[in-house]
Design a protein around this ligand. Structure first.
Ligand SMILES: Nc1ncnc2c1ncn2[C@@H]1O[C@H](COP(=O)(O)OP(=O)(O)OP(=O)(O)O)[C@@H](O)[C@H]1O
Ligand SMILES: [Mg+2]
Length: 153
């Protein structure tokens, strides 16, 4: 796959993706809360691939988040790089670790009766690796959090 790394303004991309999904989030009864995503955060990424990663994550949020709850998108800057996390409350019991959910064909306990093949997160992980980044999934009870680690530009 062609990877075209360039300087990407994370706040702009996040604004575009959240704009794209705002109506669907409203329909799903989900309230988006963005934190620290307005500042200048320049990352080294392929904007098309990063878009696909965020797209995969938002499709999941629409499918698996508990209606009537908030979805948090938070950016953070560290010495090692930039993080972008998306967290939500799962409507189904996950009963499985974040590392396991990253594996191909693995799905949460309570979502096995819904459609899906368990590939989205592992694809997101591979795309992030192509950009020198990473996806880490954290599960704590019903709390689901995807943390993207990106390189600074
Ligand atoms: N935002 C989320 N909130 C709660 N659970 C999630 C969320 N995202 C993923 N999951 C859980 O992780 C599992 C794996 O997600 P993944 O995107 O890899 O596969 P999928 O959505 O089941 O299928 P596919 O993406 O291939 O259509 C999901 O089945 C669900 O149990
Ligand atoms: Mg998915």
């Amino acid at each position: 796959m062609d990877v075209d790394l360039a300087e990407v303004e994370l706040s702009t991309l996040v604004g575009q993706v959240t704009g794209e999904y705002q109506d669907k989030l409203d329909e799903a009864g989900l309230t988006l809360v963005c934190k620290n995503t307005d500042g200048e955060l320049r990352v080294s990424a392929d904007s098309n691939l990063l878009w696909r990663v965020l797209d995969n994550l938002f499709v999941n949020v629409l499918k698996y988040a508990m209606p009537g709850t908030r979805v948090y998108v938070e950016a953070g800057e560290k010495e090692e790089g930039v993080t972008l996390s998306i967290s939500n409350i799962s409507k189904a019991e996950l009963g499985i670790s974040g590392d396991e959910l990253m594996e191909r064909f693995v799905r949460g306990d309570g979502s096995r009766n819904t459609e899906g093949s368990g590939l989205g997160l592992s694809i997101a992980g591979s795309l992030m690796e192509l950009m020198g980044g990473k996806v880490v999934i954290q599960v704590d009870g019903d709390m689901f959090k995807a943390v993207l680690r990106l390189k600074k530009s």
